[in-house]
Design a protein around this ligand. Structure first.
Ligand code: NAP
Length: 450
């Protein structure tokens, strides 16, 4: 049986094949997530979320989502330009009869007549996301397509493993539970697991494993996420006799979301592969609140099939996910991002210190910054807190310094000078020595503003 796949991508390239008469349709207007967000937070979702394109999915053989067994195709009648600036439904219906399908095809063919789209016709149409991705020559097209498939996926509930319920892991695992996944968790301090169990007492929603090994064993060929604090902690839990590696078997899938060094991720990847498992690094951008509200950014590298399988889960925990190549690339991206962030925080602290000593209002500095070209959520959020000396932890300073140190090592490895980040690091090291490590990384201001 053939299928219909039609995707208008950023440069209007089109993948098109004739629909099978056996196709039947499922048309989703993609408002479910928006409605859920409104319901929960009593306000419209943020723009990138709200502006996601409407999708029309055609249930037909073969599958775009190999994770779900009913095959489907994807029909997307919008361009990123449309959905960025004009989030409107091109098609909308909830019927499952074949009539809308014919209407859609007719409209799409009419639309195609008026585009400069390149029509790709093939005797064997792309049947999986990877094969469809291969038809997209540009990185941006591939990212768009992944985002489309991710946002169109009906969250399917499954059993997933989660190791590490710290500031980040606790929020992430709750997002998975809210999505409908059952989770088996392990955390060094069992109280955090027990707290989670008390929040989801229905049998089977949360199970507590006695070791990381047991998590992997119980999840089998499902996904296990790991979110531990430092490379030392991650290595310890990975190599322990009852640790992660001991539980890896053929078909196991491990996704490490911590910020570690590239060499750690690569070593985990190799060790998992040797035992027949698959590995994805997926460090996150965003701190405690984004973890709790499902607004993280996943910066991934490694096994692309695991990335695709994980997409519904990553979508539950984050607002965007990037697949950046081989294992190590996700971590490198994360280190670049955190180096910039830590340096910005240091710079903000210096600016506030300077203003204070020069008898300027620090509140005015924050206000001026917020209205100019340097306006950004980090300054808006942390500026007023620094002024009040409130460093309630979201992203612990000890982790910010760890990431800066890794970023400096990366810069040295690739031969790039980063003097501003190196100077910022000195402030974070001084703050650590001063005992500020468990506070938020904004506490670097305590050193700078002394
Ligand atoms: P965290 O709260 O300090 O710790 C995470 C987990 O690591 C906890 O569950 C902790 O267990 C466990 N752990 C620490 N040492 C251990 C050991 N020796 N053996 C076993 N378990 C150990 O860290 P987090 O803030 O969630 O951050 C997790 C990762 O995400 C880090 O790599 C961090 O750099 C990165 N990250 C954090 C943020 C943020 O804003 N916090 C943002 C982006 C990325 P216990 O509960 O028993 O202590």
């Amino acid at each position: 049986m053939s299928c219909c796949v039609l995707v208008l991508l950023p440069s209007s390239s089109t993948v098109l094949d004739k629909p099978s008469p056996l196709c039947h349709t499922l048309i989703q207007t993609h408002t479910t997530k928006t409605q859920a967000y409104r319901h929960r937070y009593s306000r419209p979702p943020p723009l990138p979320f709200r502006a996601r394109p409407r999708l029309v999915r055609l249930l037909a053989p073969p599958a775009l989502h190999h994770q779900q067994h009913h095959p489907r195709c994807l029909l997307h009648l919008s361009t990123p330009h449309d959905y960025k600036h004009r989030p409107m439904p091109l098609l909308s219906s909830s019927s499952t009869s074949s009539l809308p399908f014919l209407v859609i095809i007719t409209i799409s063919m009419l639309l195609l007549r008026y585009t400069t789209a390149f029509a790709f016709r093939s005797g064997s149409p792309p049947t999986t996301l990877p094969s469809l991705l291969r038809l997209c020559p540009h990185q941006r097209q591939r990212q768009t397509l992944r985002a489309l498939v991710s946002s169109s996926s009906t969250p399917s509930s499954s059993k997933v493993g989660f190791i590490g319920l710290g500031y980040m892991g606790a929020g992430m695992v709750r997002r998975l539970l809210e999505k409908g996944d059952d989770v088996i968790v392990w955390n060094r301090s069992v109280e955090k697991s027990e707290k989670l169990l008390s929040e989801y007492p229905v049998a089977g929603r949360v199970s507590i494993a006695t070791s990381p090994k047991q998590v992997l064993e119980e999840v089998g060929e499902g996904l296990t996420f790991s979110m531990l604090s430092t490379p030392a902690a991650a290595r310890e839990v990975f190599h322990a006799p009852n640790g992660i590696l001991a539980g890896i078997k053929k078909g196991s899938k491990l996704i490490d979301c911590a910020t570690l060094e590239v060499k750690d991720m690569q070593a985990f990847d190799s060790a998992v592969k040797v035992k027949g498992g698959s590995f994805l690094e997926a460090p996150v951008s965003g701190s405690k609140v984004p973890a709790e509200t499902g607004q993280l950014l996943f910066l991934t590298g490694g096994n692309e099939e695991v990335f695709e399988e994980a997409m519904p889960h990553l979508s539950a925990m984050g607002k965007a996910s990037f697949f950046l190549g081989d294992t190590g690339k996700g971590t490198e991206m994360k280190l670049v991002v955190n180096m910039i962030m830590a340096t910005m925080m240091s710079s903000l602290s210096e600016g506030l210190a300077l203003a204070d000593k020069a008898n300027l209002s620090t509140e005015d500095v924050v206000k001026v910054l917020s209205l100019g070209a340097m306006a950004n959520p980090l300054f808006n959020l942390k500026g007023p807190k620094i002024i009040k000396d409130d460093h309630t932890v979201n992203f612990p300073l000890k982790h910010a310094q760890k990431d800066l140190a890794f970023a400096l090592a990366l810069a040295e490895k690739v031969g790039v000078k980063v003097p501003a980040a190196a100077a910022a690091n000195e402030g974070y090291v001084a703050a650590l020595e001063q005992g500020e490590g468990e506070k938020d990384f904004s506490a670097v201001a305590r050193v700078v503003m002394k």
